[in-house]
Design a protein around this ligand. Structure first.
Ligand code: WT7
Length: 674
């Protein structure tokens, strides 16, 4: 992201007049913010306690932060009893929002005039009833109860939040698997959590095509012995589904027998009880199941909805993410509902049938808050301003992005073209592990001056720092590791942080820089205290804002009959930020060809998912490795970017200089040929 680096330490934007019109923001300079922030850290537990008490508890917590016998596992509000499904639904139904719209859902298909064919508006009362019905079915038909585990593999349809909330209501632990993932990815996750029920759909629409989701789920089920039952939502009404007698049931058929007034008592859960597990993958090993709880997580979402989105009853919140990723969990499902907000949920592709789909949605429902991603912005930017300008965006008052660093030109486009310089535009930094936003502009707290591309300042009560490998704070302007110094509500939760693997939790997040939460990101703090997250310090890929583990991708390649070994590295891409490029060595008996490269791309598409298809596949005779067998990915990246070997030798400490040079030259020749 080269244009970013040039604006670091750059000028503030003179914006206040127009931005002032779009909201009642409190403007402060960075110094004032930093002072206010310091105060929140001084009384840090008290500070979070007050926020926690703004929520409804079946039993109010007396304790705030508690260590347990396992280092780095913390309990937040441990003696409190709570249920996020109750906060999201019952509280709103009881407090005057009964007939307020909770979700505006728009399906992808359009009529001949380009207007959406399906729009559903669900009030809080309707959503509450649907969730009660779904809970009832989980409980009485499948006998599920607190502590049981289920998988949810659904597209962006209302049943997705409905089942998340229905499971939460009963204290059932769920894992949502992104509907764009393949059977293998689904099976890995179902097996890790040992789900006994899978909830899926017959299919869904994506860019005008029908994706037969149940067929994919069927393949996963062959590999997932723990799953005893399958509940199928009929989104499309597809024929020829393989419904296994006694195992598979249609949701609508089971619903028929349920009385519309059915009520399922929400479980009064201890704050630290697990709400969900969401998998995220890295450079080694299987994906990590990050755990989040009911209490701490709800408190963080409540706080961030207020500070970052300045959420008000009259807002229409539009987050363009998919609920299959953490952004959707936190800011389409739980965050907005806890606050009693109205939010928009869109099923399909952002450029279908035309590149103005997102802006038409903003116009149609008068969205006031837009939460999107740099990748989406860069994609739409390329298609021209006219698509934006022909739609009314005058209702928008706050815009944020998430997922990867936003380059200043994409930032400017959001600020100038989309928001017409009326809206603060931010780049909220967080990750699956943090549960909610950690660093951001905070229009609902105190708003500091914008700078294009920055993440701005840490949120109140959040102690982040940029440090060297020993944990010492870096001077302003110097690049270091982004860490979190103190526990926060919403952090990976008790009892293990990572589902079934406490040791790994400690090793990945707390042992790298002893005692500090290691995010894996590079960052710079500038002279005004603003934080600029630069990207991953590890070899995790960020494709279109999604974290793609090189390990999973390489394993998929190696599972192809022709492949002996594979290494995947990220290559800069104008739209997606980064795209995977693969280096492959073949088994004897196979030889490289353009056809084989295409076949391998198709293999990844089918076996891993379309988001991770490599832009290029290079065939090499051997992969460059250190003596301990670690693939020298940095060397591969330098080759791709046509950078000289340079200080590569210092980076790969285990390999001899000669070996590295030899590998560099050999592969350089080989990739020129292929
Ligand atoms: C990684 C986490 C949190 C929801 C989406 C991604 C990168 C995220 C930003 C931002 C710079 C960002 C980091 C982080 N990242 N937001 N605003 N600026 N980088 O969740 O898949 O868990 O990925 O995304 O590298 O570590 P995730």
């Amino acid at each position: 992201m080269s244009d970013q680096e040039t604006t670091i330490l750059g000028e503030f934007l003179p914006y206040e007049e127009k931005i002032g019109e779009s909201g009642n923001f409190i403007f402060v300079d960075a110094k004032e913010y930093i002072d206010a922030h310091k105060k929140t850290l001084d009384n840090y537990e008290k500070f979070w306690e007050e926020l926690a008490l703004e929520l409804y508890w079946f039993r109010k917590p007396q304790k705030v932060l508690e260590s347990v016998e396992k280092p780095y596992i913390y309990k937040w509000f441990s003696d409190g009893l709570i249920n996020v499904s109750y906060l999201a639904l019952d509280r709103n139904v009881k407090s005057g929002r009964k007939n307020k719209i909770a979700y505006i859902w728009e399906g992808e298909p359009v009529d001949k005039d380009g207007n959406p064919k399906e729009i559903k508006k669900l009030t809080y009362y309707e959503l509450w009833r649907e969730v009660n019905k779904a809970s009832y079915i989980l409980k009485s038909k499948f006998g599920l109860k607190k502590g049981d585990k289920i998988g949810i593999y659904l597209p962006m349809i209302p049943e997705l939040p409905i089942f998340m909330l229905a499971a939460a209501r009963l204290g059932i632990i769920f894992t949502v698997v992104f509907a764009g993932f393949t059977a293998e990815n689904l099976a890995t996750r179902l097996n890790d959590i040992k789900a006994t029920l899978l909830i899926t759909a017959d299919g869904f629409y994506r860019r005008g095509k029908i994706i037969r989701l149940k067929d994919i789920a069927d393949k996963a089920l062959e590999l997932s012995p723990s799953v005893k039952n399958v509940l199928v939502v009929r989104r499309i009404g597809l024929e020829n589904l393989n419904m296994v007698e006694g195992r598979d049931y249609f949701f609508d058929e089971l619903s028929k027998g349920v009385s519309p007034g059915v009520y399922v008592e929400p479980e009064k859960l201890e704050s630290n009880e697990t709400l969900y597990v969401l998998y995220t993958s890295g450079t080694t090993g299987k994906p990590k199941g990050i755990m989040h709880d009911h209490g701490g997580y709800s408190v963080l979402l409540h706080a961030t909805m207020k500070w970052v989105f300045d959420i008000k009853d009259e807002d229409i919140h539009f987050c363009t993410a998919d609920i299959g990723w953490v952004t959707g969990h936190s800011y389409i499902v739980f965050g907005p509902l806890i606050e009693g907000a109205t939010s928009i949920m869109y099923e399909g592709a952002p450029d279908y049938p035309q590149p103005d789909r997102i802006w038409s949605i903003v116009e149609r429902y008068g969205a006031t808050i837009l939460y999107t991603s740099p990748t989406l912005v860069r994609m739409l930017m390329k298609l021209g301003e006219d698509w934006v300008k022909k739609r009314d965006r005058s209702t928008l008052r706050i815009i944020h992005s998430v997922g990867e660093p936003i380059n200043p030109s994409a930032w400017r486009w959001l600020y100038e073209v989309v928001g017409e310089k009326r809206c603060p535009v931010g780049s909220t930094w967080w990750m699956t592990e943090t549960g909610g936003i950690m660093i951001s502009h905070t229009p609902g707290f105190k708003l500091v001056h914008l700078k294009p591309g920055t993440n701005a300042l840490p949120l109140p009560g959040v102690d982040v720092d940029v440090v060297d490998e020993k944990g010492n704070s870096m001077e302003p302007g110097k690049k270091g590791f982004l860490v979190i110094r103190r526990p926060w509500p919403g952090m990976p939760s008790w009892p293990d942080g990572i589902w079934g693997d406490y040791q790994r939790y400690v090793q990945v997040y707390w042992d790298k820089i002893k005692g500090l939460f290691f995010t894996g990101d590079w960052a710079i703090r500038d002279q005004d205290g603003y934080i600029w997250v630069l990207g991953r310090a590890d070899e995790v890929l960020k494709v279109a804002g999604h974290r793609i583990g090189t390990y999973e991708l390489e394993s998929t390649l190696v599972s192809h009959k022709a492949v002996a070994e594979a290494a995947v590295v990220g290559y800069p891409d104008e739209v997606k930020g980064e795209v995977p490029v693969a280096f492959v060595s073949l088994k004897s008996g196979f030889s490289s060809s353009a056809e084989l490269a295409e076949e391998l791309k198709g293999w990844i598409r089918r076996e891993f998912g379309p988001i991770a298809v490599p832009s290029q596949i290079f065939f090499v005779s051997r992969l460059p490795k250190t003596r301990s067998g670690k693939i020298m990915r940095r060397l591969l990246r330098a080759l791709l970017e046509d950078k000289p070997l340079g200080d590569m030798t210092t980076l790969e400490d285990e390999a001899a200089v000669e070996e590295i040079k030899e590998a560099y030259e050999r592969i350089s020749k080989e990739i020129k040929r292929s």
